[in-house]
Write a protein that binds this ligand. Structure first.
Ligand SMILES: Nc1ncnc2c1ncn2[C@@H]1O[C@H](COP(=O)(O)OP(=O)(O)OP(=O)(O)O)[C@@H](O)[C@H]1O
Ligand SMILES: [Mg+2]
Length: 369
């Protein structure tokens, strides 16, 4: 990824109704800028697609089709697509601007999430996927970088359907001689076959949850191709230093979401929500209820704490903790139908790895993404 030049020629340029203001970040499929939409008088995010598109009518048409489809999605956990077009020879996508941070950057800072926070974020992503899948729209590139966490704690999934334009592995490989997309989150059938269904999103969400908990990526390899081979052939590891200290329901949820054979995988989002709810209930029962990053002394915020100790963001709804020795509390049946707690995006504090069960430091360097 080339660093942004000191004076970025894109800044100040107009794309349709949007003026590009500053670079938000670059990914495998172009760059995203903060923009100002004059017509709507609001901040927006504008994604500029790479040159790969130029002159490739079929690719452009597929991108436009997918963008139109994703534009139909309206859900509190999905970043709205507002417009799509071409300007200065560049294809662009205008979307809702989410002021906050993506879950990958948050993970980079915090190393890993508390189990409850990990499960909550996965639950919100599952709700977004549920809405899309009902409309027969696959995401195809679920990963932490595509999960935005707003300052107010809302979780929003971005790049819906966009990956379909580029990350069909076969197309991507022949187009650029490298994998476009993110090998570690690709389901085996996404690599081996051309016919995939909604279950690829379930697989990727399972890997994402695994990464939230461990702070590392499961499959290593010197090259994207080596990672792909490991995705297909190697079992998903379940490191004891993380999972040994967590309720078995969490491990079971991930195993069920990441089965290599899609026929053995959880078949749909309601099934995913059910296992996540079980995992969440088990965490509550075990007293692992905190959604906040640990504070600088490595201790948990006190029970009932309603503010993120680091960012100061207030928790949308404090999670009740059952008294010791109480029978397992039946959690709210609407677990993932309303916000449960802050997924605050504030600056995290340093914390000792020993401070929390299941949070030994990463053992491996993250492989190529
Ligand atoms: N709607 C948005 N609002 C605010 N920030 C966004 C928005 N969409 C993307 N970003 C930010 O822009 C950065 C680049 O996003 P981009 O989608 O290009 O990269 P990526 O997700 O890492 O890779 P990929 O190209 O595979 O999706 C991300 O770091 C993300 O935080
Ligand atoms: Mg993205």
């Amino acid at each position: 990824m080339a660093p942004a030049p000191a004076t970025d020629p894109i800044i100040g340029q107009t794309f349709g109704n949007v003026v590009a203001k500053s670079l938000l970040g670059r990914g495998g499929m172009g760059a995203v800028y903060l923009g100002y939409h004059a017509g709507l008088d609001m901040k927006v995010a504008i994604k500029l697609l790479p040159d790969l598109f130029v002159g490739r009518t079929e690719l452009v048409e597929r991108f436009l089709r997918e963008a139109r489809l994703s534009g139909r999605l309206q859900h509190p956990n999905i970043v709205r697509t507002l417009d799509v077009g071409q300007s200065h020879g560049v294809y662009y996508l205008v979307m809702e601007y989410v002021e906050g941070v993506d879950a990958q950057k948050l993970l980079d800072r915090e190393k890993r999430f508390s189990p409850m926070r990990a499960v909550n974020i996965a639950g919100f992503v599952a709700r977004a996927l549920g809405e899309a899948h009902e409309q027969e729209i696959m995401h195809r590139d679920i990963k932490p970088a595509n999960i935005l966490i707003a300052r107010d704690g809302k979780v929003k999934v971005t790049d819906f359907g966009l990956a379909r334009s580029l990350t069909n592995t076969a197309t991507a490989l022949t187009l650029s001689n490298q994998v476009v997309g993110t090998p570690n989150y690709m389901a085996p059938e996404q690599i081996k076959t051309t016919t995939v269904d909604m279950r690829v999103d379930i697989y990727a969400l399972g890997v994402t949850l695994w990464q939230f908990l461990t702070g590392i990526l499961p499959f290593e390899g010197e090259t994207p191709m080596a990672v792909l081979l490991n995705v297909v052939n190697e079992p998903l590891p379940m490191p004891e230093e993380t999972f040994g200290a967590l309720p078995k329901e969490l491990r079971e949820a991930i195993v069920a979401m990441t089965a290599k054979d899609p026929r053995r995988r959880l078949p749909n989002i309601p099934a995913v929500l059910a296992v996540l709810k079980k995992a969440r209930d088990a965490l509550l029962h075990a007293g692992l209820d905190s959604t906040a990053p640990l504070n600088s002394s490595g201790t948990r915020p006190p029970v009932g704490e309603t503010r993120d100790p680091v960012s100061g963001a207030s928790f949308a709804a404090p999670i009740p903790v059952p008294p010791k020795d109480a029978p397992p509390k039946r959690a709210d049946p609407n677990t993932f139908s309303k916000p449960l707690g802050s997924e605050g995006a504030g600056k995290p504090a340093a914390r000792p790895a020993s401070a929390r069960p299941g949070t030994a430091p990463p053992q491996r360097k993250p492989p190529t993404r």
